[in-house]
Ligand binder design. Structure first.
Ligand code: FNR
Length: 208
């Protein structure tokens, strides 16, 4: 039987009634067999301060622990001013510091996002992919889950009601789980060993 895969799911919105939190909840129900999505809300994560990175607050320690325990990441981002919200960037900044205690255990991640507009977070997801590269996470490219016109894709209590979107999310998660199983755990361990104490720039020069 294939190994169990645990995906940590993070949504970059604190808003009650958030479409992105709703999309994350929907994803939780669409995971492939023998995998799960563990949700981590960002409400209690304070603003990053480099002075505190070696002794972070308990909410940040918990976030890092949950990322470390996960096999892969699903990041659901709103689009704010063509980019990702500060709330999400702030959490990723905490998680990657200090360099020698980065907590990304295995390199797989996928972005998705929802917005009421026509672009469906495509621009924010481009920025998010750039950030994932700095964190030495490999973001799978296909399918791109950009949920436009969110008011018509979710009902009034936040259930995803658009079948084609559900199908895209299923495919995205299947690709992530398949890929995570292929690279784990041997390659993941190797990446961890090779990158211990290195920053992302030196990481890029390594060959496997
Ligand atoms: C937005 N919104 C937005 N939408 C978009 O498609 N492109 C954008 O650049 C922006 N910019 C933006 C900036 C700020 C500060 C806010 C508060 C909002 C609208 C955004 O997509 C909408 O509020 C979503 O509903 C936010 O996601 P949640 O909270 O529903 O998950």
């Amino acid at each position: 039987m294939s190994s169990h895969v645990c995906i940590l799911g993070i949504a970059g919105s604190l808003r009650r009634g958030s479409y992105n939190q709703a999309a994350l909840r929907a994803a939780k129900l669409l995971v492939p067999e023998n995998s799960e999505i563990d949700l981590f809300p960002l409400d209690d994560i304070p603003m990053f301060n480099e002075d505190d990175e070696k002794r972070p607050p308990s909410s940040v320690l918990e976030l890092k622990k949950r990322i470390r325990r996960a096999d892969a990441l699903l990041i659901v981002t709103p689009e704010y001013n063509y980019s990702i919200p500060g709330v999400l960037k702030n959490a990723l900044d905490w998680a990657c510091r200090p360099h020698d205690r980065r907590c990304f255990p295995r390199p797989g991640a996928v972005p998705m996002g929802a917005s009421p507009g026509a672009i469906g977070t495509a621009r924010a997801q481009c920025h998010l992919r750039q950030i994932l590269a700095a964190l030495t996470l490999f973001a799978l490219n296909q399918p791109e889950v950009v949920i436009a016109n969110a008011a018509h894709r979710f009902d009034e209590i936040g259930n995803l009601i658009h079948e084609p979107t559900k199908q895209l999310i299923r495919e995205l998660l299947k690709n992530l789980v398949d890929w995570t199983r292929r690279i784990s755990p041997a390659l993941a361990r190797r990446i961890k060993e090779l990158t211990r104490g290195l920053n992302c720039y030196s990481f890029q020069k390594l060959s496997f």
